[in-house]
Design a protein around this ligand. Structure first.
Ligand code: BG6
Length: 508
C-alpha cells in the first residue's frame, strides 16, 4: 500500500487500477458528486484504463439502464457539455448489481461482477467499496462484504470509503469503529469528509507550513482569537427527514468544523505522511476542552429559522418544511466558544458559527491578532482602528486577505485600515471540481492523509456529546428564534460581545 507517499504533493501519477463499487448508487451523491468527480478525473487523465464503476442498489436496474440514467444526469450536470468521447470511455466501464444491503446473494453476485470487470478492464483485483448509504447500513454492508470474502486482500487491495455521519454521539461512533474493525484494518477504512477535498482547506497547511513568516506569530502571544464561519443561504431543502435526526451541530461541527480547527491549530507535523499529519490533527482535537453543563449554557447558542427571504429565496418556517415536525426542536444554527487546552492556544478562544438560511453563503476562517503592545498613536484615531486580521476565505470567494493599518495621506496623522488580498481565481487556473476528485483519487492511491482516522472522529464526538446531552436535557423554548435571511439569533452576537468581540462580517 502506498501510504508513505507525500499526501499533499500534487501528483500527476495516474490512479491505481481498481473497481469502484458504489453502495446506494441511485442516491443523490452519485449523480451530484461522485460521477461528476470521476468525469473530471478522467478528463485530467488521472484514471487508468483498468478502471470500472459498479453501482449496487435495490430495484430492477440493469447495467444498461444505469448507464442511461447516469448519462442523462451528467448531461444535465454539465449543461450539455459532456464530451462524447469522454463519456464513451466512462460508459463502457459502468456496471450494475441489484440487491438489498442485507441480502447474502447480492454480495455473491457482486463477487461475480468484480471477477468479470477484472477480466474485462484489468482492475487488478483492487476494489474500493464506497458506502453512500444511510448510516444504519454502514456496518451491515461491511459484514455482507466480509461474508462474501470480498474484504480479504489476498488478490489485490480492498478499501472501504465511509460517508458521514459517522455516529451520532461518542458511544455510537465508538461502537461503529469497533464493528468496522472486526472486519477491516484501520488502513482499509477511509472516513470521508468532503471539506478536506476543498483546495482552500488543503491550502491551510501550505499557508502555514510552506511559508516562514506566519508560523512564528501563530500562537497565543500574537493571536487574540479565531473565528470560523460556515454559513449558507439554503434552508433544509428536501433533507428534512435526515436533518430532523441530525441538526446543525451534528451535521457540521464534529466533522467539517473540527477539520478546519485542526488544520488551523495543529502543530507542524514531522512529515506529510498520512499518520504524521493525522497524529497532529488528532492531538489538537483531543485538546479542545469539553464543556461542563453550565458552560454549555453560557458558551453555546442554538437557533432555528423562521420564515423569511435568504439569498433571494423565500423560505417558510423550518417547522413547516417537508418532513419536519411542526414542533421540532432541531437547531438549524449553532454558535459556540471553544478553548484549546495546549501551550500554543491557551486562553485564545475559537468562536464558531454554522447555520442555514442566512444572508450569504460563506466559509471563512478569521484570525484576529492582538493590538501592538504599546499605543504610540494615542493622539490619533488609532483606537477606532480594527486590529490586524487574516481572513482565509474557503468558499465561495477563495483567497486570503490581510488587513492592517496605514497612514492616511495628509498633514495629520490618521490611520486607516487597508487590505492586501490574494484571490485564487486570479492567480491560478482553477479546473471545475466537485471537491470529491482529490478524495477519490487519494483513495485509489491508498493515501489516507485527507481521511479521518478513528481517534479523530471519537475525539470530535467527545467535545460535541456533552453539548448534545445538555441541549437535550433543556429543550429550547423560543424556536424559531431568527428569521431566514438574518444573521442568526441575537445571542450569537452576545456570545462574542461578552468577551468584547464581534463577528467579522464576511466580505468586509
Ligand atoms: C454537508 C451537510 O455535509 O455539508 C449539509 O450535510 C451542508 O447540510 C453541506 O449544506 C455544506 O457543504 P458545502 O461544501 O456546500 O459547504
Amino acid at each position: 500500500m502506498a501510504t508513505s507517499r507525500a499526501g499533499l504533493q500534487k501528483s500527476t501519477r495516474m490512479a491505481d487500477p481498481c473497481a469502484l463499487v458504489i453502495f446506494g448508487a441511485k442516491g443523490d451523491l452519485t449523480k451530484r458528486k461522485l460521477v461528476p468527480a470521476l468525469i473530471n478525473l478522467a478528463r485530467q487523465q488521472l484514471l487508468p484504463e483498468g478502471f470500472a464503476v459498479i453501482g449496487f442498489g435495490r430495484g430492477d436496474m440493469t447495467a444498461e439502464s444505469f448507464r442511461k440514467r447516469l448519462r442523462d444526469e451528467m448531461e444535465e450536470y454539465t449543461g450539455g457539455n459532456l464530451e462524447a468521447e469522454l463519456w464513451q470511455w466512462m460508459e463502457k466501464r459502468i456496471h450494475w448489481v441489484s440487491g438489498s444491503f442485507d441480502e447474502k446473494e447480492a454480495y455473491t453476485a457482486l463477487r461475480t461482477v468484480l471477477v468479470h470487470v477484472d477480466e474485462k478492464h484489468g482492475t487488478g483485483g483492487n476494489a474500493i467499496f464506497y458506502l453512500a448509504t444511510a448510516p444504519s447500513y454502514f456496518a451491515p454492508v461491511v459484514e455482507g462484504l466480509h461474508g462474501a470474502n470480498l474484504i480479504a486482500q489476498d488478490n489485490g487491495w480492498r478499501r472501504v470509503v465511509v460517508e458521514k455521519p459517522f455516529g451520532r454521539d461518542l458511544d455510537s461512533a465508538r461502537a461503529l469503529n469497533e464493528r468496522l474493525r472486526c472486519f477491516l484494518d484501520e488502513k482499509q477504512i477511509y472516513r470521508i469528509d468532503h471539506y478536506l477535498g476543498k483546495e482552500t482547506v488543503q491550502n491551510i497547511l501550505v499557508f502555514r507550513f510552506a511559508n516562514g513568516m506566519f508560523e512564528p506569530i501563530w500562537n497565543r502571544r500574537y493571536v487574540d482569537h479565531v473565528q470560523i464561519t460556515v454559513v449558507e443561504t439554503l434552508g433544509v431543502e428536501k433533507r428534512g427527514g435526515y436533518y430532523e435526526t441530525s441538526g446543525a451541530l451534528r451535521d457540521m461541527v464534529p466533522n467539517h468544523i473540527f477539520q478546519l480547527i485542526s488544520l488551523v491549530a495543529m502543530e507542524p507535523p514531522i512529515s506529510f505522511d498520512a499518520d504524521a499529519v493525522r497524529d497532529e490533527q488528532s492531538k489538537v482535537i483531543r485538546a479542545i476542552r469539553p464543556m461542563s453543563p453550565t458552560e454549555v449554557l453560557s458558551r453555546t447558542v442554538r437557533g432555528q429559522y423562521g420564515a423569511g427571504v435568504a439569498g433571494g429565496v423565500t423560505l417558510p418556517d423550518y417547522r413547516a418544511e417537508e418532513r419536519v415536525s411542526s414542533n421540532s426542536t432541531t437547531e438549524t444554527y449553532v454558535a459556540m466558544k471553544l478553548e484549546i487546552d495546549n501551550w500554543r492556544w491557551k486562553d485564545v478562544p475559537f468562536y464558531l458559527r454554522v447555520g442555514k438560511a442566512l444572508p450569504k453563503r460563506r466559509t471563512e476562517i478569521v484570525v484576529k491578532f492582538r493590538r501592538p503592545p504599546l499605543s504610540l498613536f494615542r493622539e490619533t484615531e488609532v483606537d477606532t482602528l480594527n486590529r490586524n486580521l487574516l481572513v482565509l476565505g474557503i468558499q465561495p470567494d477563495e483567497g486570503i486577505q490581510l488587513s492592517f493599518g496605514a497612514k492616511v495621506p495628509g498633514a495629520t496623522m490618521r490611520i486607516g485600515t487597508v487590505n492586501m488580498s490574494f484571490t485564487y481565481s486570479e492567480h491560478f487556473e482553477v479546473a471545475p471540481a466537485t471537491g470529491y476528485e482529490r478524495l477519490l483519487y487519494e483513495a485509489m492511491l491508498g493515501d489516507q492523509t485527507l481521511f479521518q482516522r478513528a481517534d479523530m472522529v471519537e475525539a470530535g464526538w467527545r467535545v460535541v456529546s456533552p453539548v448534545l446531552e445538555q441541549w437535550q436535557a433543556e429543550p429550547p423554548h423560543s424556536f424559531p428564534n431568527y428569521a431566514a435571511g438574518s444573521w442568526g439569533p441575537k445571542q450569537a452576537d452576545e456570545l462574542l460581545a461578552q468577551d468584547g468581540q464581534y463577528w467579522h462580517e464576511p466580505d468586509k
